[in-house]
Design a protein around this ligand. Structure first.
Ligand SMILES: [Zn+2]
Length: 375
C-alpha cells in the first residue's frame, strides 16, 4: 500500500531535485555554475519593523556547510514520528550548533534567557489544538512535554524578540538552510501576539517549517506568507511565488514554492493505518487454533479418545468455537473442537457418528463402565 504512494512521492522528489535542487547538495561538477539553491543571502531574512505593525516571522540563514542534507527519501518511509515540542516555559539558550536537547542555537550570539509565557490554559489549549490540526497531514507528534534527550524539534513559544536581541517587529525566528536542520530550536515571541492564539500558532508553523527549508511565499492563505487579511492560514498545495512584500527568487532556487509538497518530502506523511496490522493477525490467528485443535486429534481420535479425558477437555474449554459442543463427554467436546475449528461446517450427524464409533470402540476394549462415570 505504502509502496504505491511512495512511487509518485519519490518521483516528485526526483523531479524537484532535478528542477530546483540538483545542482546543490554538493554533487555538482566544479565546471557547473554556482549552485542555484545555495542560500544567497546569509543573515536575517524578514522584516524587523513592519509598517503595518503586524509582527512577521523571519529566519536566519545559517552559514554551515556541514549541515546534513535533507533527510529524504528516508523521511518518506516508515519511521517514528518527528517530535515537535512546544515549550511555553522559555529557557536559557547558548550559542552553538542547533540542538534542542542541549539548548544550543545559531540564532543567539550570546547566552539569552526567555521567560515563561503566562498563557491561560484555554489559550494554550487553542495553540496546541491549532498546531495539531496544522500538521495532521504529516508524520509529526505535537507535544508540550519536554521529550528530553531524544531527537526532537523545539518551538519556544514565549517571550519577546528583544529577549534575543531582536527588533520589536519580529514575531518569530528560525535558523534556515535549504535542508533540514535536525533538532532545531525555533522561537515564536508569543508576548507580541497577546491573546491572538491563531497568530501564535501560524507563526509556530512558519518558524518550524523554516527549519525544514521552507521560504516565505506570497500566498495569503499559507502560514509561510507575509500577507494578511485572508482569514486562518494553513499549508497550501500550491506553487506560490517566494517573497515577503514582493516576489523574489526562492532562497533555494526557482521562483515558486509548494509548502505542502516540501513538507511531504521532509516530514513524511502521517501513517493512518499500519500496512502490516491487517495481514498479521489474520495469518497468525487463523492457522494457530486450527493447527492446535485439529492436527493432533485426528490421528489419535479413535484409540486415544477414551484416555484423552482431561487434556482434551481443557483444550476444548479454551476453544471459543465450542459453544454448542455441550458437556456430554470429554471426547465429544474434543471432537467438536476439531471439526468446528477446521471448517465450522461439519454436519452434526457426522460428528455424532464419530462419537458413537469412538464410544463403541472404547466399550469393546473396556467393558467396565467405570471410566464413564466421569461424564
Ligand atoms: Zn519567516
Amino acid at each position: 500500500m505504502r509502496a504505491c504512494k511512495l512511487v509518485p512521492i519519490l518521483a516528485s522528489i526526483s523531479l524537484a531535485l532535478l528542477a530546483t535542487a540538483a545542482p546543490a547538495r554538493g554533487e555538482a561538477p566544479a565546471s557547473q555554475p554556482a549552485p542555484a539553491d545555495a542560500p544567497r543571502a546569509p543573515g536575517f531574512v524578514g522584516d524587523p519593523a513592519p509598517t503595518d505593525g503586524v509582527p512577521r516571522g523571519s529566519y536566519v540563514v545559517v552559514d554551515d556547510p556541514a549541515l546534513p542534507p535533507p533527510a529524504w527519501p528516508d523521511t518518506v518511509v516508515h519511521h517514528a514520528p518527528i517530535i515537535f515540542y512546544l515549550n511555553k516555559s522559555g529557557g536559557t539558550y547558548v550559542p552553538g550548533n542547533n540542538d534542542a536537547r542541549t539548548n544550543r542555537s545559531t540564532i543567539v550570539s550570546q547566552t539569552r534567557t526567555i521567560p515563561p509565557w503566562n498563557v491561560s490554559a484555554s489559550g494554550w489549549s487553542q495553540v496546541m489544538s491549532c498546531m495539531t490540526t496544522m500538521f495532521q497531514r504529516w508524520n509529526v507528534t505535537i507535544t508540550d512535554v519536554d521529550p528530553g534527550n531524544v531527537p526532537h524539534y523545539e518551538i519556544v513559544v514565549a517571550g519577546r524578540p528583544q529577549d534575543l536581541g531582536m527588533q520589536a517587529g519580529v514575531g518569530g525566528v528560525s535558523p534556515f538552510s535549504c535542508g533540514v536542520i535536525n533538532n532545531s530550536i525555533v522561537f515564536t515571541f508569543a508576548e507580541v501576539y497577546g491573546t491572538n492564539y491563531r497568530s501564535v500558532c501560524e507563526t509556530n508553523a512558519q518558524e518550524i517549517a523554516h527549519s525544514f527549508g521552507l521560504d516565505h511565499e506570497r500566498l495569503c492563505q499559507d502560514p509561510m506568507t507575509y500577507l494578511t487579511g485572508c482569514g486562518a492560514k494553513s499549508f497550501q498545495n500550491v506553487a506560490a511565488p517566494c517573497g515577503e512584500y514582493s516576489n523574489r527568487q526562492c532562497q533555494c532556487g526557482g521562483s515558486t514554492q509548494n509548502s505542502v509538497a516540501l513538507l511531504d518530502q521532509r516530514l513524511g506523511l502521517r501513517e493512518t493505518t499500519s500496512p502490516d496490522a491487517g495481514p498479521t493477525p489474520m495469518v497468525d490467528a487463523g492457522p494457530s487454533p486450527m493447527t492446535d485443535a485439529g492436527l493432533p486429534p485426528p490421528p489419535d481420535a479413535g484409540p486415544v479418545a477414551p484416555d484423552a479425558g482431561d487434556p482434551a477437555g481443557a483444550d476444548a474449554g479454551d476453544n471459543p468455537a465450542d459453544p454448542d459442543a455441550g458437556a456430554d463427554a470429554g471426547e465429544i467436546t474434543a471432537g467438536c473442537g476439531c471439526a468446528s475449528g477446521g471448517s465450522g461446517a461439519t454436519p452434526r450427524a457426522l460428528l455424532l457418528a464419530m462419537v458413537v464409533l469412538a464410544v463403541l470402540g472404547r466399550r469393546r476394549r473396556r467393558p467396565l463402565a467405570q471410566p464413564r462415570l466421569r461424564t
